[in-house]
Design a protein. Structure first.
Length: 185
């Protein structure tokens, strides 16, 4: 009987070992996991005491000429990022009289030119002058993914047509600045 028990035990052990080996052969290997991160950019949100560059009174009240000290605090776009190489571009429109349109009479202007800059994204700031329009400096390219603040500033104000011209009276003068982040080609 012991012989039969030993033989039965050996048979069971061999059978179990065979089942164990068979289970190892039928197990699945690694299961791949895939996904992707699409390329995109976002310019973030505007910070800096409101969403308007408010210049206030534009002229020297004693001369009627453009104030030489005209300025506005910069605005900051926070949370900007591109997850690949990118291009930042800036454009602007002159500050123009909104009520009194048309050609002003001699000695007067209804527009103010200025320069807008966007800095912090690339080594050289993107810069746009409403007097000259788009130039090579209006857009700058960055070769890698980046996140950071973009500081937008305006300055170098001048009366369109010449500094000796006075501005026509108008309750609303408006211009605009546009900053664009795009994927670099």
């Amino acid at each position: 009987m012991t012989r039969l028990s030993a033989a039965l035990a050996a048979f069971l052990w061999t059978a179990c070992a065979g089942v164990s080996a068979a289970q190892e052969e039928s197990q699945a290997g690694p299961v791949p996991v895939t996904g992707n991160a699409p390329i995109f950019c976002t310019v973030g949100s505007l910070q800096g005491g409101g969403e308007v560059f408010d210049l206030g009174v534009l002229v020297d009240l004693s001369t009627g000429l453009l104030l030489p000290s005209l300025s506005a605090p910069p605005k900051t776009l926070t949370g900007a990022f591109c997850n690949t190489g990118s291009m930042i571009a800036i454009s602007a429109t002159p500050i123009s009289a909104q009520t009194l349109t048309g050609t002003p009479s001699g000695g007067y202007s209804n527009e103010i030119d200025f320069t807008a800059t966007a800095s912090g994204w690339t080594q050289a700031p993107a810069s746009f002058s409403t007097a000259t329009g788009a130039t090579a400096q209006s857009s700058q390219t960055r070769g890698d993914a980046f996140s950071g603040d973009i500081v937008v500033d305006i300055g170098t104000f001048s009366t369109s047509g010449g500094s000796a011209l006075r501005l026509v009276a108008d309750p609303v003068y408006q211009g605009s600045v546009t900053v664009t982040l795009t994927i670099a080609n």
